[in-house]
Design a protein around this ligand. Structure first.
Ligand SMILES: Nc1ncnc2c1ncn2[C@@H]1O[C@H](COP(=O)(O)OP(=O)(O)OP(=O)(O)O)[C@@H](O)[C@H]1O
Length: 250
């Protein structure tokens, strides 16, 4: 995976980051015949190393489908998705499982923590299947929950549980962090705290990050904002001046 982990060697400050993902004419169709749903139609996109992408679009526009294909949870019907030099669109189930384990952290709207395990244990669980994880305690500290590491999920607020889910996603030092509505179940202030954690991980670990949201204000945090509509890319816009979560208002 040298193409993914390398920086833009010798490229100078203006060089664009090396692509982590190269998506070409990606199509995803669910079902067949009259019942066919064209969730993605000819999507072309490159996502650079360390980029923070916000994915916007109406309900049903294909955001989760794209994220799931990037994360190896779903497969393309046509077209190509390259992760570095690995062709995810040609990968079998075993290779996709290995890809997810090694390279991808997922954060969903609902936290899916194991209720009978403490914060630290929920995070440590993942380190067994990772090749070069950080210490579980380090990941818990990164999301600001060191004082709560021995608490159980039921003893935590929604935002704290989401931060545990983020610690679990990043403890294996994934190349890619994929977040599907990470603040969807949270109130304003808590949502901002969670966005701060995601932004910090992107900045400090250089983790390429894709965040799906219905909240257009979050777009201010992105390097680039990708809008989907009816399975197609409607626009891709760069932010010259990224905003921190504290500067966002909605
Ligand atoms: N497993 C599936 N079987 C059939 N159709 C599906 C399946 N998954 C998604 N779809 C359809 O594909 C289209 C895109 O769905 P997708 O979940 O990617 O949209 P989305 O933009 O993430 O929507 P939302 O914002 O509501 O989560 C929708 O029409 C959806 O109904």
């Amino acid at each position: 995976m040298s193409q993914v982990s390398a920086s833009a060697a010798g490229g100078g400050a203006q060089a664009p980051p090396l692509p982590v993902f190269r998506i070409r004419r990606l199509c995803k169709t669910y079902g067949a015949g009259e019942l066919a749903v064209h969730a993605l139609r000819d999507v072309d996109l490159e996502i650079g190393h360390g980029e923070f992408i916000v994915l916007l679009g109406a309900s049903g526009s294909g955001k989760s489908t794209l994220l799931n294909i990037l994360g190896g949870l779903d497969t393309a019907s046509a077209g190509q998705v390259l992760f570095g030099d690995q062709d995810l669109s040609a990968a079998g189930e075993a290779d996709l499982t290995e890809y997810r384990r090694r390279h991808v952290g997922f954060v969903f709207q609902f936290y899916n923590l194991i209720p009978s395990l403490t914060v630290l244990e929920n995070v440590a669980l993942v380190t067994d299947i990772a090749s070069a994880p950080m210490q579980a305690g380090e990941a818990v500290a990164m999301v600001g929950l060191a004082p709560r590491r021995d608490h159980f999920p039921a003893q935590l607020s929604g935002g704290e549980q989401q931060r545990v889910a983020i610690a679990r996603a990043i403890v294996k030092r994934p190349a890619v962090l994929l977040c599907d509505e990470p603040t969807g179940a949270l109130d304003y202030a808590t949502g901002k705290l969670v966005l701060e954690v995601i932004e910090r991980i992107n900045r400090e670990l250089g983790t390429t990050t894709v965040v799906i949201t219905h909240n257009a204000a979050i777009a201010g945090m992105a390097d680039r904002v990708v809008r989907l509509g009816d399975g197609r890319i409607q626009s891709v816009e760069g932010n010259l001046h990224k905003l921190g979560p504290a500067q966002l208002a909605w």
